[in-house]
Design a protein around this ligand. Sequence first.
Ligand code: IDP
Ligand code: MG
Length: 136
Amino acid sequence: MSKVEQTLSIIKPDAVERNLIENIKSIFTKNNLVIKENKKIHITKEEAAEFYKVHQSKPFYDNLCLYLSSGPIVVMVLEGINAVSLNRELMGATDPKNAEENTIRKLYGISIDKNSVHGSDSIENAKKEINFFFKD
Ligand code: IDP
Ligand code: MG
């Protein structure tokens, strides 16, 4: 089924640091995702902890929050047909070692924690995550 959706994408500090913003955005736009909102911000560890709350019981939670708040990030709302699953496909597997050829994480990811991008994993979470960064 094809449906126009919105999803949240984050370009993480490792990718911003390596000047990969435009390369990553062009992968989205070439694949029919429109960047509806876009901002470069630097969040606090507390904000990262709130954003990643679903992972609070995981052993990597503290590092994850420290990492997302370690430098500037770019947060975007992507819109298009099946945007949530399309973005996940374009991102590739969480661990860049397991990511398919030509996915963002295969091309640019350094490691499972420095994996260059975040993407919402469901329509419901996309709504929550978009609201987290773009409250109107
Ligand atoms: P996802 O980003 O592919 O949706 P999640 O399982 O939601 O992956 O995990 C969120 C983030 O937490 C990942 O992008 C990655 O940076 C980090 N992470 C996940 N699993 C591990 C791990 O086993 N060790 C270290 N970091 C991890
Ligand atoms: Mg996830």
